[in-house]
Design a protein around this ligand. Sequence first.
Ligand SMILES: C[S@@+](CC[C@H](N)C(=O)[O-])C[C@H]1O[C@@H](n2cnc3c(N)ncnc32)[C@H](O)[C@@H]1O
Length: 342
Amino acid sequence: MAALDLDRTVTDRLLLRTVPGAVDYLVEDLRALGSQAQARVEQRWRDGLLVDFTGSLSRLAAIRFFSSCSVWLEPDVMAALTRSRDGGLLGAVAADHEPVTFRVADVGDRRWPLRDELQAGLGWVNAPTDWAVNVDDYRGHLVLDVGELFFTARFGRLERVPASTTPVVAAVLARLTKAGPDDVVLDPFCGAGTNLVQVAQMSAPARLMGSDLDLGALAKARANLAARGIEAGLWQADAARLPGAPHSVDRIVANLPFGKRAGSHAANVELYPAFLRRVRSVLRPSGRAVLLTEEKRLLRDAVQRTADLSVIKEVELESGGLHPSAYVVVNRPRGRARRGGS
Ligand SMILES: C[S@@+](CC[C@H](N)C(=O)[O-])C[C@H]1O[C@@H](n2cnc3c(N)ncnc32)[C@H](O)[C@@H]1O
Protein backbone atom coordinates (compact mmCIF):
# COMPACT_ATOMS: atom_id res chain seq x y z
CA MET A 1 0.00 0.00 0.00
CA ALA A 2 1.31 3.50 -0.85
CA ALA A 3 2.60 5.38 2.18
CA LEU A 4 0.81 8.62 2.99
CA ASP A 5 3.04 11.69 3.17
CA LEU A 6 1.82 13.29 6.40
CA ASP A 7 4.33 16.14 6.11
CA ARG A 8 2.36 17.64 3.24
CA THR A 9 0.30 20.75 3.43
CA VAL A 10 -2.89 20.13 1.47
CA THR A 11 -6.01 21.97 0.38
CA ASP A 12 -9.01 19.75 -0.17
CA ARG A 13 -12.71 19.20 0.46
CA LEU A 14 -12.85 16.30 2.89
CA LEU A 15 -15.48 14.16 4.54
CA LEU A 16 -14.64 13.22 8.14
CA ARG A 17 -16.81 10.34 9.31
CA THR A 18 -17.40 9.89 12.99
CA VAL A 19 -19.73 8.47 15.62
CA PRO A 20 -23.05 10.15 16.42
CA GLY A 21 -22.40 12.15 19.58
CA ALA A 22 -18.77 12.88 18.69
CA VAL A 23 -19.34 15.58 16.04
CA ASP A 24 -19.16 18.47 18.55
CA TYR A 25 -15.78 17.25 19.78
CA LEU A 26 -14.55 16.92 16.20
CA VAL A 27 -15.62 20.52 15.48
CA GLU A 28 -13.92 21.64 18.70
CA ASP A 29 -10.61 20.03 17.67
CA LEU A 30 -10.82 21.37 14.13
CA ARG A 31 -11.30 24.89 15.53
CA ALA A 32 -8.29 24.39 17.79
CA LEU A 33 -5.94 23.44 14.93
CA GLY A 34 -4.21 26.78 15.21
CA SER A 35 -2.02 28.47 12.69
CA GLN A 36 -0.88 25.32 10.87
CA ALA A 37 -4.29 24.37 9.56
CA GLN A 38 -7.77 25.66 8.94
CA ALA A 39 -10.97 23.73 8.44
CA ARG A 40 -14.21 25.38 7.40
CA VAL A 41 -17.28 23.24 8.03
CA GLU A 42 -19.41 23.14 4.86
CA GLN A 43 -21.99 20.61 6.00
CA ARG A 44 -22.73 18.67 9.13
CA TRP A 45 -24.50 15.34 9.62
CA ARG A 46 -24.96 13.37 12.83
CA ASP A 47 -22.04 11.10 11.88
CA GLY A 48 -19.95 13.24 9.58
CA LEU A 49 -18.56 16.63 8.64
CA LEU A 50 -17.78 18.03 5.22
CA VAL A 51 -14.86 20.44 5.60
CA ASP A 52 -12.77 22.64 3.38
CA PHE A 53 -9.37 21.92 4.81
CA THR A 54 -6.07 23.70 4.27
CA GLY A 55 -3.04 22.82 6.28
CA SER A 56 -0.67 20.25 7.57
CA LEU A 57 -1.96 16.72 7.14
CA SER A 58 -0.20 15.56 10.30
CA ARG A 59 -2.25 18.05 12.36
CA LEU A 60 -5.47 16.65 10.90
CA ALA A 61 -4.36 13.03 11.40
CA ALA A 62 -3.71 13.69 15.11
CA ILE A 63 -7.39 14.44 15.80
CA ARG A 64 -9.09 11.50 17.51
CA PHE A 65 -12.73 12.30 16.84
CA PHE A 66 -13.04 10.95 13.31
CA SER A 67 -12.90 7.34 12.20
CA SER A 68 -12.14 7.91 8.51
CA CYS A 69 -11.21 10.71 6.14
CA SER A 70 -12.27 10.81 2.49
CA VAL A 71 -11.90 13.09 -0.51
CA TRP A 72 -15.32 14.48 -1.50
CA LEU A 73 -15.92 13.42 -5.12
CA GLU A 74 -18.98 15.54 -5.89
CA PRO A 75 -20.20 16.99 -8.16
CA ASP A 76 -17.70 15.65 -10.73
CA VAL A 77 -15.58 12.62 -9.78
CA MET A 78 -12.75 13.13 -12.27
CA ALA A 79 -12.51 16.88 -11.59
CA ALA A 80 -12.42 16.25 -7.83
CA LEU A 81 -9.71 13.58 -8.23
CA THR A 82 -7.58 15.83 -10.43
CA ARG A 83 -7.90 18.72 -7.97
CA SER A 84 -7.09 16.44 -5.05
CA ARG A 85 -4.06 15.01 -6.83
CA ASP A 86 -2.74 18.53 -7.57
CA GLY A 87 -2.37 19.89 -4.04
CA GLY A 88 -4.95 17.91 -2.11
CA LEU A 89 -5.06 14.71 -0.08
CA LEU A 90 -4.64 12.44 -3.09
CA GLY A 91 -1.32 14.15 -3.83
CA ALA A 92 -0.10 12.96 -0.43
CA VAL A 93 -1.31 9.41 -1.13
CA ALA A 94 0.43 9.31 -4.50
CA ALA A 95 3.57 11.09 -3.29
CA ASP A 96 5.82 8.08 -3.92
CA HIS A 97 4.78 8.07 -7.62
CA GLU A 98 3.71 4.43 -7.44
CA PRO A 99 0.39 3.76 -9.18
CA VAL A 100 -2.47 4.24 -6.71
CA THR A 101 -4.09 0.98 -5.62
CA PHE A 102 -7.85 1.24 -5.31
CA ARG A 103 -11.15 -0.50 -4.91
CA VAL A 104 -14.69 0.61 -5.70
CA ALA A 105 -17.22 -0.42 -3.05
CA ASP A 106 -20.81 -1.27 -3.94
CA VAL A 107 -21.89 2.21 -5.01
CA GLY A 108 -24.65 0.97 -7.35
CA ASP A 109 -24.73 1.15 -11.14
CA ARG A 110 -21.64 3.34 -11.34
CA ARG A 111 -19.40 0.75 -9.70
CA TRP A 112 -17.89 -1.00 -12.71
CA PRO A 113 -17.81 2.01 -15.10
CA LEU A 114 -15.98 3.93 -12.37
CA ARG A 115 -13.51 1.11 -11.84
CA ASP A 116 -12.74 1.05 -15.57
CA GLU A 117 -12.45 4.84 -15.75
CA LEU A 118 -10.01 4.99 -12.83
CA GLN A 119 -7.84 2.29 -14.40
CA ALA A 120 -7.91 3.65 -17.94
CA GLY A 121 -8.01 7.36 -17.16
CA LEU A 122 -5.64 7.61 -14.19
CA GLY A 123 -3.57 4.43 -14.48
CA TRP A 124 -4.68 3.25 -11.04
CA VAL A 125 -4.40 -0.43 -10.11
CA ASN A 126 -7.53 -2.23 -9.00
CA ALA A 127 -6.58 -4.09 -5.78
CA PRO A 128 -9.77 -5.11 -3.94
CA THR A 129 -7.93 -6.56 -0.92
CA ASP A 130 -4.90 -4.27 -0.65
CA TRP A 131 -6.00 -0.81 -1.57
CA ALA A 132 -4.73 2.64 -0.63
CA VAL A 133 -8.03 4.33 -1.54
CA ASN A 134 -11.62 3.13 -1.68
CA VAL A 135 -14.46 4.73 -3.62
CA ASP A 136 -17.48 4.61 -1.34
CA ASP A 137 -20.96 6.01 -0.93
CA TYR A 138 -21.81 8.37 1.93
CA ARG A 139 -25.47 9.33 2.10
CA GLY A 140 -25.78 9.12 -1.69
CA HIS A 141 -22.52 11.01 -2.37
CA LEU A 142 -19.34 9.50 -3.79
CA VAL A 143 -16.24 9.80 -1.61
CA LEU A 144 -12.72 8.39 -1.71
CA ASP A 145 -11.65 6.86 1.62
CA VAL A 146 -7.93 7.03 2.33
CA GLY A 147 -6.86 3.83 4.10
CA GLU A 148 -3.93 5.47 5.90
CA LEU A 149 -6.29 7.90 7.61
CA PHE A 150 -8.58 5.34 9.22
CA PHE A 151 -8.42 5.52 13.02
CA THR A 152 -6.52 2.25 13.34
CA ALA A 153 -3.95 3.32 10.73
CA ARG A 154 -3.40 6.61 12.59
CA PHE A 155 -3.30 5.27 16.16
CA GLY A 156 -2.58 1.56 15.79
CA ARG A 157 -4.75 -1.51 15.98
CA LEU A 158 -6.10 -2.50 19.39
CA GLU A 159 -6.83 -5.97 20.64
CA ARG A 160 -10.51 -6.14 21.52
CA VAL A 161 -12.98 -8.03 23.68
CA PRO A 162 -16.47 -8.64 22.21
CA ALA A 163 -17.93 -5.56 23.95
CA SER A 164 -14.91 -3.32 23.41
CA THR A 165 -15.55 0.39 23.08
CA THR A 166 -15.11 1.98 19.65
CA PRO A 167 -11.90 4.04 19.89
CA VAL A 168 -13.71 7.25 18.85
CA VAL A 169 -16.24 6.68 21.66
CA ALA A 170 -13.35 6.03 24.05
CA ALA A 171 -11.85 9.35 22.92
CA VAL A 172 -15.13 11.11 23.80
CA LEU A 173 -15.09 9.43 27.24
CA ALA A 174 -11.47 10.49 27.70
CA ARG A 175 -12.34 14.10 26.77
CA LEU A 176 -15.25 14.11 29.23
CA THR A 177 -12.99 12.66 31.92
CA LYS A 178 -10.92 15.88 31.97
CA ALA A 179 -7.97 14.18 33.62
CA GLY A 180 -5.06 16.39 34.59
CA PRO A 181 -1.35 15.57 34.85
CA ASP A 182 -1.56 14.95 38.63
CA ASP A 183 -4.61 12.71 38.49
CA VAL A 184 -5.10 9.07 39.37
CA VAL A 185 -7.44 7.54 36.77
CA LEU A 186 -9.20 4.19 37.09
CA ASP A 187 -11.23 2.08 34.64
CA PRO A 188 -12.92 -0.61 36.78
CA PHE A 189 -14.44 -2.39 33.72
CA CYS A 190 -11.32 -1.94 31.60
CA GLY A 191 -11.81 -4.87 29.21
CA ALA A 192 -9.06 -4.62 26.59
CA GLY A 193 -8.01 -1.21 27.91
CA THR A 194 -9.39 0.98 25.09
CA ASN A 195 -10.34 3.79 27.49
CA LEU A 196 -7.03 3.60 29.34
CA VAL A 197 -5.12 3.96 26.07
CA GLN A 198 -7.13 7.03 25.03
CA VAL A 199 -6.87 8.69 28.45
CA ALA A 200 -3.12 8.04 28.58
CA GLN A 201 -2.53 9.45 25.11
CA MET A 202 -4.88 12.42 25.45
CA SER A 203 -4.22 13.50 29.06
CA ALA A 204 -1.07 11.74 30.33
CA PRO A 205 -2.31 11.48 33.94
CA ALA A 206 0.09 10.69 36.79
CA ARG A 207 -1.28 7.21 37.35
CA LEU A 208 -3.50 4.84 35.40
CA MET A 209 -5.24 1.80 36.81
CA GLY A 210 -7.57 -0.77 35.33
CA SER A 211 -9.50 -3.71 36.66
CA ASP A 212 -11.88 -6.28 35.22
CA LEU A 213 -13.37 -9.61 36.22
CA ASP A 214 -12.05 -11.34 33.13
CA LEU A 215 -8.39 -12.40 33.08
CA GLY A 216 -8.46 -12.80 29.28
CA ALA A 217 -9.57 -9.18 28.89
CA LEU A 218 -6.84 -8.03 31.28
CA ALA A 219 -4.23 -9.84 29.18
CA LYS A 220 -5.44 -7.91 26.11
CA ALA A 221 -5.34 -4.65 28.05
CA ARG A 222 -1.79 -5.43 29.11
CA ALA A 223 -0.81 -6.08 25.47
CA ASN A 224 -2.53 -2.91 24.17
CA LEU A 225 -0.87 -0.74 26.81
CA ALA A 226 2.58 -2.34 26.46
CA ALA A 227 2.49 -1.93 22.66
CA ARG A 228 2.18 1.82 23.24
CA GLY A 229 4.64 2.09 26.10
CA ILE A 230 1.88 3.06 28.55
CA GLU A 231 2.31 2.10 32.19
CA ALA A 232 -0.78 1.11 34.12
CA GLY A 233 -1.58 -1.05 37.12
CA LEU A 234 -4.01 -3.83 36.15
CA TRP A 235 -5.92 -6.04 38.57
CA GLN A 236 -8.62 -8.65 38.51
CA ALA A 237 -11.50 -7.28 40.59
CA ASP A 238 -15.26 -7.30 40.81
CA ALA A 239 -16.43 -3.70 40.36
CA ALA A 240 -19.22 -4.36 42.87
CA ARG A 241 -16.49 -4.88 45.48
CA LEU A 242 -13.99 -2.50 43.98
CA PRO A 243 -10.88 -2.30 46.13
CA GLY A 244 -9.35 1.10 46.83
CA ALA A 245 -8.76 3.46 49.73
CA PRO A 246 -11.41 6.12 50.36
CA HIS A 247 -11.05 9.16 48.10
CA SER A 248 -7.95 7.74 46.39
CA VAL A 249 -9.03 8.23 42.78
CA ASP A 250 -9.52 11.51 40.87
CA ARG A 251 -11.21 10.16 37.76
CA ILE A 252 -13.12 7.03 36.85
CA VAL A 253 -13.83 6.19 33.22
CA ALA A 254 -15.73 3.07 32.26
CA ASN A 255 -17.84 1.32 29.71
CA LEU A 256 -20.22 -0.66 31.93
CA PRO A 257 -21.75 -3.98 30.87
CA PHE A 258 -24.90 -2.98 28.95
CA GLY A 259 -26.52 -6.35 29.59
CA LYS A 260 -26.30 -7.18 25.87
CA ARG A 261 -22.81 -8.07 24.63
CA ALA A 262 -21.52 -8.16 28.21
CA GLY A 263 -23.47 -9.26 31.28
CA SER A 264 -27.27 -9.36 31.65
CA HIS A 265 -29.91 -6.91 32.82
CA ALA A 266 -30.61 -9.06 35.88
CA ALA A 267 -26.91 -8.98 36.84
CA ASN A 268 -26.78 -5.22 36.23
CA VAL A 269 -29.68 -4.60 38.64
CA GLU A 270 -27.37 -5.89 41.37
CA LEU A 271 -24.11 -4.61 39.93
CA TYR A 272 -24.88 -0.95 39.19
CA PRO A 273 -25.96 0.16 42.71
CA ALA A 274 -23.12 -1.80 44.34
CA PHE A 275 -20.60 -0.32 41.92
CA LEU A 276 -21.86 3.24 42.46
CA ARG A 277 -21.49 2.83 46.23
CA ARG A 278 -17.85 1.95 45.57
CA VAL A 279 -17.52 4.96 43.24
CA ARG A 280 -18.76 7.19 46.04
CA SER A 281 -16.18 5.72 48.38
CA VAL A 282 -13.04 5.70 46.20
CA LEU A 283 -13.69 8.88 44.22
CA ARG A 284 -12.26 12.06 45.65
CA PRO A 285 -14.70 14.85 46.47
CA SER A 286 -14.76 17.00 43.31
CA GLY A 287 -13.65 13.95 41.32
CA ARG A 288 -15.67 12.80 38.32
CA ALA A 289 -16.70 9.51 36.84
CA VAL A 290 -17.57 9.12 33.16
CA LEU A 291 -19.77 6.07 32.72
CA LEU A 292 -20.98 4.72 29.39
CA THR A 293 -24.08 2.53 29.35
CA GLU A 294 -27.24 1.66 27.48
CA GLU A 295 -28.90 0.78 30.80
CA LYS A 296 -29.84 4.44 31.16
CA ARG A 297 -32.67 4.22 33.65
CA LEU A 298 -30.76 1.79 35.82
CA LEU A 299 -27.69 4.06 35.88
CA ARG A 300 -29.69 7.21 36.66
CA ASP A 301 -31.70 5.45 39.41
CA ALA A 302 -28.57 3.99 40.95
CA VAL A 303 -26.84 7.40 40.95
CA GLN A 304 -29.89 9.05 42.47
CA ARG A 305 -29.98 6.47 45.24
CA THR A 306 -26.32 6.90 46.08
CA ALA A 307 -25.80 9.75 48.52
CA ASP A 308 -23.48 12.52 47.28
CA LEU A 309 -23.41 11.36 43.65
CA SER A 310 -25.17 13.23 40.86
CA VAL A 311 -25.24 13.24 37.06
CA ILE A 312 -24.14 16.62 35.66
CA LYS A 313 -24.06 15.78 31.97
CA GLU A 314 -25.28 13.17 29.50
CA VAL A 315 -23.85 12.72 26.01
CA GLU A 316 -25.82 10.44 23.68
CA LEU A 317 -23.56 8.31 21.52
CA GLU A 318 -23.85 5.48 19.03
CA SER A 319 -21.54 2.54 18.94
CA GLY A 320 -21.80 -0.72 17.00
CA GLY A 321 -25.56 -0.33 16.43
CA LEU A 322 -26.22 0.45 20.12
CA HIS A 323 -27.25 3.82 21.55
CA PRO A 324 -25.49 4.27 24.87
CA SER A 325 -25.04 7.52 26.77
CA ALA A 326 -21.96 8.76 28.58
CA TYR A 327 -22.91 10.08 32.02
CA VAL A 328 -20.66 12.46 33.86
CA VAL A 329 -21.13 11.75 37.56
CA VAL A 330 -19.65 13.89 40.31
CA ASN A 331 -19.02 13.16 43.96
CA ARG A 332 -20.08 16.08 46.12
CA PRO A 333 -20.29 15.11 49.74
CA ARG A 334 -23.18 16.82 51.55
CA GLY A 335 -22.40 20.31 52.73
CA ARG A 336 -20.01 21.13 49.88
CA ALA A 337 -21.07 24.05 47.76
CA ARG A 338 -22.23 23.03 44.31
CA ARG A 339 -20.12 24.28 41.48
CA GLY A 340 -21.64 24.71 38.06
CA GLY A 341 -20.22 23.70 34.72
CA SER A 342 -19.60 20.45 32.98
C1 LIG B 1 -18.40 -3.19 27.90
S1 LIG B 1 -17.03 -4.12 28.35
C2 LIG B 1 -15.76 -2.93 28.56
C3 LIG B 1 -14.96 -2.82 27.35
C4 LIG B 1 -13.72 -1.99 27.48
N1 LIG B 1 -14.00 -0.59 27.70
C5 LIG B 1 -12.96 -2.18 26.19
O1 LIG B 1 -12.93 -1.27 25.34
O2 LIG B 1 -12.45 -3.28 25.95
C6 LIG B 1 -17.43 -4.50 30.00
C7 LIG B 1 -16.34 -5.22 30.74
O3 LIG B 1 -16.79 -5.38 32.08
C8 LIG B 1 -16.30 -6.61 32.56
N2 LIG B 1 -17.17 -6.96 33.71
C9 LIG B 1 -18.41 -7.47 33.72
N3 LIG B 1 -18.88 -7.55 34.98
C10 LIG B 1 -17.90 -7.08 35.79
C11 LIG B 1 -17.78 -6.89 37.19
N4 LIG B 1 -18.75 -7.23 38.02
N5 LIG B 1 -16.64 -6.34 37.66
C12 LIG B 1 -15.62 -6.00 36.83
N6 LIG B 1 -15.67 -6.19 35.49
C13 LIG B 1 -16.80 -6.71 34.98
C14 LIG B 1 -16.34 -7.54 31.39
O4 LIG B 1 -15.40 -8.58 31.55
C15 LIG B 1 -16.01 -6.58 30.22
O5 LIG B 1 -14.62 -6.64 29.95
